[in-house]
Every structure is written in structure tokens, then in C-alpha cells.
Design a protein around this ligand. Structure first.
Ligand code: HEM
Length: 519
């Protein structure tokens, strides 16, 4: 870089040139320092505040910029049949994006080799404002009711006394949460440790809606499929070997690939279902613990995404990025998926705490189109969100004195009708085990072997009551699945205490118990 003709003078935040950045002011050469050391006090007190709270989940992440390019079709049909969202309409239309990948449970510098879902959050800076698709790599989730989320996260995070993550706490929660059986089946297989961020899928998990010009809606699920490099997962042993040498391998892989011009790409596909209850299905299509079978509901491509630019500053762009499921654009809508609705409150709530009231004014979070609101002030407000033509005295609406006006609707509003009692109830088609069994049977042999091995390893230290409940869930999913976990635990027990006949007898009893359940 040519610095000859550039002013490289160090200043403080007040613009004062700094003539001495090495020595604080003291009384005499080694005497006490004085309180009016403005440059030092500003420098150190800013440093003291350099960290903001980590994300309560998904604290460890990496991000990149790029673009989304629309195909203008959904499969072979015109996309306008289903949605009027502008970013999808014209073939070749590009929308800038920012993506943050993450792990979920552990803190900001935890190893990226841990068994954990991976976050895959995309911010589309569209001409109609921002759209956030806040997804994971796996296509389903542990729970379907948002009321359970804080308990689930407490159980998965380190013990409040020892600060150690403990599989017994995790499986205590999971064994009492049968709907988690399907997700656990993915998580303890090699699908629970993607090799890196470039070679994994993404999924919106929850069900959303697409709305067309006439206000008619369909249900949609979103999926990101990597198109440049094959999907790759790790066995526990492979992950441990990487972790011994590098705890940031996925961040490094993403950053270096983009620096050398090997830009990762994903195709965005949707699955579409008509917007009704689908009594013909043996599961509720709004249940995020379920897959929509891709043979019955094909993946329809709508565009592709290319990540081609690394952040210039990790903190400003990746750490302060704020995604949320409420951030939709015209033509996209929520479904009645309870988990989605619970999530939608949580994101902006936590971001006002984590980043600050005006987090949406930060460049990474602000839309790339003009923003004109009557929201004012609050901590760290540094611009006034007003239209240039707006009367600056009028920060309210309605007004006849030059204030902001409502936009004209761009199509018919989607207006679902409801007639029901207000209740607290589970959904009626819970069907917690069938798809877990289907997934177990669809795995390749090596994936099933790895799943059993990892489950036995984790369950081995759990109380017998937890082991028994988990074996019951696995058996309900698939008789062989339950039997293999049960036998693995019995074997592990006898290996731990080879001379203990009591241990062997307990192990046999466990195996027998699950055998009986199979009948
Ligand atoms: C991050 C809440 C379920 C994907 C977060 C954060 C919260 C949260 C509070 C931290 C956000 C921040 O500090 O900026 C919830 C709640 C859920 C839920 C209450 C269920 C009721 C899910 C599900 C997915 C998911 C089902 C996947 C589809 C993510 C991702 C991030 C995240 C990817 C990280 C976003 C980023 O990179 O900044 N979630 N979450 N969450 N969540 Fe969820």
C-alpha cells in the first residue's frame, strides 16, 4: 500500500493528534501518574469495554459476504405463481447477502469440531428491505414448542456448578422429551459434525409461507444445498484428530477459500405444500421435528448463493450481525409453526440487550435501501432515520405538515381465518418416533455404526433411569436401533467392571428390558 502521501497520523477519537503513544504522564520520571492523562484514560476505558455479551446460543461463528442470484423460476414454474417477493422474480437478479455460520452450545472460542448443530444464517439486503433466513445445517429441531427452549439450552450448556458440559444433564432433558429422538438420531451420527462450513447443507427448519399477488399462500421450507463441493461429515475420531491441532479449522477453511478465490456456493431450494392441515399426512407439516419427505415434496431450486468476500473486521461485521426470524419481506410470511413464532420474539429481544437499542443502525444490520422511521434516540443513536424531504419537526404519523406516509400495499394481504379456543395443548399428530426410525434405516451402515458408538459413549455415564428411557425411545423408533444401544451399554458396563457380576447382571437386565419392549 502506498502510504507516502497519506496522512497516517495517529489521533484519539476527538481527532487530536497523538504525539506520545508510549508513555503516560507522571510526576517525575518514575513518579505517580496523574488523572488528567486524557489519551491514556480514553484508550484504556475503551479497551475495558471491548467485549459485548456473547450470543446466548450460537456464540462461535464465522461470516462472509456475497450475493444471491435468482433463477426467476421455482423448479419449472414461474415463481410469481407462489410469491411476489421481488428478489426471486427475474432470472439473474442479484441481491447482496451476508452469512454467519456458527456452532450452538459453547462459547465464542470453543472448538469448531464439537458435536452440535451448525447455524446457517443469511441476511438478504433486498430492494424491499432485509430478509433473514436463520437456519441450521440439520433440517429438523429438538423441540416443537418454544416454551421448552430455555430448559433445553440449560441442559445442553455446562453444569451451573461445575461449568462442565455433562451428557447426563443433556440426556436427562432429552429422555423426557420424546420429540427430540429424531434430532438426536442425526446429531449423534456423523451428521452431527460437519467437516467444515463450505461442505454442509443449510435449512430454514421451520415452515414459512409464500404469498402471491392475490394474497394466496402456500407453505414452504427452505434448503441450502452446497453445489461446488460435496457434503462432508466427520466421525468422532476424525474430529478429535483435527481438534488436537486446530480449534478453528472451519473459520480458517472458509476464510482461506474465499481469499484464494474458491468461492463457496449453495443452491436455494424450496419444498412447497398447499396451505392447509394435510390430514392425509401422519405428521403435522408445521412440526419442526419432522422432515417433509423429499420424494413426495421435491426440492425446487429458486436461485444460488456465492460467498466471495471476507469481512474486513470480525467484530463490526460478524460479532455485531443480528439475524431474526421476524425479518421478512413482502411476499414472505410466517406460518403457525409455534417454534417459529416463539423464535420471532426472541431474536430482536436478545439483540437489543446484546448489541444495543440501535443495533439496526449498524452498517452490517441496516438495509441497503433508504430507511425512514419515526423511531428516535436511545443509546448510541448516531443517525436520524428520516427521509431527506421529511419535515424534521414531524417525528410522528399521521401528519399534514410534511411527515412520513404509509406505503401503498403491493398486493392483496394474506388473511388466514381462525375459529378456535385459546388453549395450551400439544399438537395432535406428535408421531415422535416414526421419522426417527426412517432416518435410522436410511443411514449407511457406517453412519449407523458411528451413531450407536457415539450414543453408547455418551449414555454410558448416565443414570440407569435415563438409559432406560432413551432405549425405550430408540426402540420405539426402530427395534434394532434400541437393541443395539442397549447391547452396547451392557457391553460397556461389563468392560468397565469385568469382575463385577452385579454390573454384568445389571447390563443383562438392561438388554432384556429393551428386548421385551421390542415385542
Ligand atoms: C441464535 C433463540 C431455535 C438458529 C439465537 C439467539 C437466540 C435464539 C436468543 C441469539 C441471537 C443473537 O444474539 O443475535 C432461539 C429460540 C428458539 C431457537 C428461542 C426456539 C424457540 C432455533 C432454530 C434454529 C435456530 C430452530 C434453526 C433453524 C439460530 C441461528 C442463530 C441463532 C443460526 C445464530 C444467528 C447468528 O449467526 O447470529 N437463537 N432459537 N434457532 N439461532 Fe436460534
Amino acid at each position: 500500500m502506498d502510504t507516502e502521501n497519506q496522512d497516517m497520523t495517529l489521533t484519539d477519537r476527538q481527532g487530536h493528534p497523538i504525539t506520545d503513544n508510549q508513555n503516560i504522564r507522571t510526576v517525575g520520571n518514575s513518579g505517580p501518574s496523574t488523572l488528567e492523562n486524557y489519551h491514556y484514560i480514553e484508550k484504556i476505558s475503551h479497551f475495558d469495554r471491548e467485549r459485548i455479551p456473547e450470543r446466548v446460543v450460537h456464540a462461535r461463528g464465522a461470516g462472509a459476504h456475497g450475493y444471491f442470484e435468482a433463477y426467476g423460476k421455482v423448479g419449472t414454474e414461474a415463481v410469481s405463481t407462489y410469491t411476489r417477493a421481488k428478489l426471486f422474480q427475474e432470472p439473474g437478479k442479484r441481491t447482496p447477502v451476508f452469512v454467519r455460520f456458527s456452532t450452538v452450545v459453547h462459547g465464542g472460542h470453543s472448538p469448531e469440531t464439537l458435536r452440535d448443530p451448525r447455524g446457517f444464517a443469511t441476511k438478504f439486503y433486498t430492494e424491499d428491505g432485509n430478509w433473514d433466513l436463520v437456519g441450521n445445517n440439520l433440517k429438523i429441531f429438538f423441540i416443537r414448542d418454544p416454551l421448552k427452549f430455555p430448559d433445553m439450552v440449560h441442559a445442553f450448556k455446562p453444569d451451573p456448578v461445575t461449568n462442565l458440559q455433562n451428557p447426563e444433564r443433556m440426556f436427562d432433558f432429552v429422555s423426557n422429551t420424546p420429540e427430540a429422538t429424531h434430532m438426536i438420531t442425526f446429531l449423534f451420527s456423523p451428521w452431527g459434525i460437519p467437516a467444515n462450513y463450505r461442505q454442509m447443507q443449510g435449512s430454514g427448519v421451520n415452515t414459512y409461507k409464500w404469498v402471491n399477488q392475490e394474497g394466496n399462500a402456500v407453505l414452504v421450507k427452505y434448503h441450502w444445498e452446497p453445489i461446488k463441493h460435496a457434503i462432508k461429515n466427520l466421525t468422532q475420531q476424525e474430529a478429535e484428530a483435527i481438534q488436537a491441532k486446530n480449534t478453528s479449522h472451519a473459520t480458517q477453511d472458509l476464510y482461506e477459500a474465499i481469499e484464494r478465490g474458491d468461492y463457496p456456493e449453495w443452491e436455494l431450494c424450496v419444498q412447497i405444500l398447499s396451505d392447509d392441515e394435510h390430514a392425509e399426512l401422519d405428521f403435522d407439516p408445521l412440526d419442526p421435528t419432522k422432515l417433509w419427505d423429499h420424494e413426495q415434496f421435491p426440492f425446487l431450486p429458486v436461485g444460488k448463493m456465492v460467498l466471495n468476500r471476507n469481512p474486513e473486521n470480525y467484530f463490526a461485521e460478524v460479532e455485531q450481525a443480528a439475524f431474526g426470524t421476524g425479518v421478512l419481506v413482502d411476499g414472505l410470511d410466517f406460518s403457525d409453526d409455534k417454534l417459529l413464532q416463539g423464535r420471532t420474539f426472541s431474536y430482536s429481544d436478545t439483540q437489543r440487550h446484546r448489541v444495543g437499542t440501535n443495533y439496526l443502525q449498524l452498517p452490517i444490520n441496516a438495509p441497503k435501501k433508504r430507511v425512514a422511521t419515526n423511531q428516535r434516540d436511545g443509546q448510541m443513536a448516531f443517525i436520524v432515520d428520516r427521509a431527506p424531504e421529511q419535515n424534521p419537526h414531524v417525528n410522528y404519523e399521521p401528519s399534514s405538515l410534511g411527515g412520513l406516509k404509509e406505503a401503498a400495499p403491493s398486493g392483496q394481504e394474506h388473511q388466514p381465518a381462525y375459529k378456535a379456543k385459546l388453549v395450551r395443548e400439544q399438537i395432535s399428530r406428535t408421531n415422535d418416533f416414526k421419522q426417527a426410525g426412517d432416518t435410522y434405516r436410511k443411514f449407511a451402515d457406517h453412519e449407523r455404526d458411528e451413531l450407536i458408538h457415539n450414543l453408547v459413549d455418551a449414555l454410558n455415564i448416565c443414570a440407569p433411569v435415563i438409559q432406560a428411557k432413551m432405549i425405550e425411545h430408540f426402540t420405539n423408533a426402530d427395534a434394532e436401533y434400541g437393541r443395539r444401544v442397549s447391547e452396547g451399554l451392557a457391553q460397556a458396563k461389563s468392560q468397565m467392571a469385568p469382575n463385577s457380576s452385579a454390573a454384568a447382571a445389571e447390563g443383562e437386565a438392561l438388554a432384556e428390558q429393551s428386548g421385551q419392549r421390542t415385542d
